[in-house]
Design a protein around this ligand. Structure first.
Ligand code: ACO
Length: 318
């Protein structure tokens, strides 16, 4: 028994925040943001939207595309760094809002690698025969953990959600996955604040050593892609589409070059979304499936990297 992605869905909040909008309240410019990151605009969740709402909208679209109802789903896993609350998990809230009463539900916290971590775990749960139809969602509202006075971080992120339906299959869909972490590098990207005794302790905003993150990301992304390719007895020449975590076009370009994958084979959505952390890969998958680029039978290489430090790759036969 194997698992296979049979449908995708995504959701972006309505509000668009352009680089020029940002330059009105923080010392930056459209030119600086575009040349350093490739980002032109990002979406911002409305005050009355929670991460679970973004996840539910993306999940519903994936279910519709799969021709399934919420009752058919027996597992919901949400990858998020920005949960609705400390507990219960955002996945449990999504389960209730979707009315997926037959589903087990839990969250995965691996920051920008969260979706690849979730996909890798759920693949094993479905392939074991324990679950038949799983909803794997990446959903984030980073706008609530950004210090909007810190130009080094606030210009880079956005809000959104993406989802896939993973079902039991006689033929392999997830060909190989590989996950890594290095907790000793946690200082280069983190939100150190936490709740203690009814108070927020420490700084509850994103902190990042940009150049260190850049260096680490470029190093590990191509390496882990090569690991999954080797596991599947494939080479970069077998890849139809590279769908990397959407943090920055320069990181994406450098990864493609190190792998030897042409730019035309790389899905890039960061321009209009910014870095949506765990949501970025399923958002990019859904974009490329719906615009007809990713087709059944093709080989799709996904790769994530993020705080922790964490990184991982999933090689997929579509
Ligand atoms: N607007 C204008 N100037 C800025 C801004 C801004 N938004 N942010 C920083 N600067 C200034 C700095 O203060 C610094 O000024 P100084 O030289 O006077 O001190 C200068 O710009 C730094 O410029 P560069 O050296 O050209 O910046 P760099 O090329 O290192 O690019 C960046 C910075 C974009 C953060 C880069 O390091 C990077 O892409 N890092 C990866 C970060 C990333 O993608 N993180 C996403 C989260 S992690 C993940 O998803 C894996």
């Amino acid at each position: 028994m194997f698992s296979k992605i049979v449908a995708t869905g995504s959701y972006l909040p309505e509000k668009i925040l352009t680089n020029d909008d940002l330059a009105k309240f923080v010392d930056t410019s459209d030119e600086w943001i575009r040349t350093r990151s490739g980002i032109q605009s990002r979406r911002i969740a409305a005050d009355n939207e929670e991460t679970s709402d973004l996840a539910v909208n993306a999940g519903r679209r994936a279910l519709d595309a799969a021709g399934l109802t919420a009752a058919d789903i027996d597992l919901i896993v949400v990858a998020t760094t920005t949960p609705d609350m400390i507990f219960p998990s955002t996945a449990c809230i999504v389960q209730d809002k979707l009315g997926a009463s037959n589903a087990a539900a839990f969250d995965i916290q691996a920051v920008c690698s969260g979706f690849v971590y979730a996909l890798s775990i759920v693949d094993k749960m479905v392939a074991s025969g324990q679950h038949k139809n799983a909803l794997v969602i990446g959903a984030e509202i980073y706008s609530r953990i950004l210090n909007w006075k810190d130009r080094a971080t606030c210009v880079l992120f956005g809000d959104g959600a993406g989802a896939v339906v993973l079902t039991a299959s006689q033929t392999p869909g997830i060909l190989a996955t590989r996950l890594h972490a290095d907790g000793s590098r946690r200082a280069i990207l983190n939100v150190p604040g936490h709740v203690r005794g009814g108070q927020v302790w420490g700084d509850p905003y994103v902190h990042m050593d940009g150049p260190a993150v850049f260096k680490m990301a470029v190093q590990v992304m191509a390496d882990v892609c090569n690991e999954t390719l080797a596991m599947a007895n494939m080479t970069a020449a077998d890849i139809d589409w590279l769908v990397p975590h959407q943090a920055n076009v320069r990181i994406i370009d450098a990864t493609g070059k190190r792998l030897g994958i042409a730019q035309e084979k790389t899905i890039v959505t960061v321009q209009g979304q910014g870095n949506t952390s765990a949501a970025s890969i399923p958002l990019a998958l859904d974009t490329a499936v719906r615009d007809g680029r990713i087709k059944p039978g093709q080989v799709v290489q996904t790769v994530g990297v993020g705080g922790g430090f964490t990184w991982g790759s999933a090689l997929i036969r579509w």
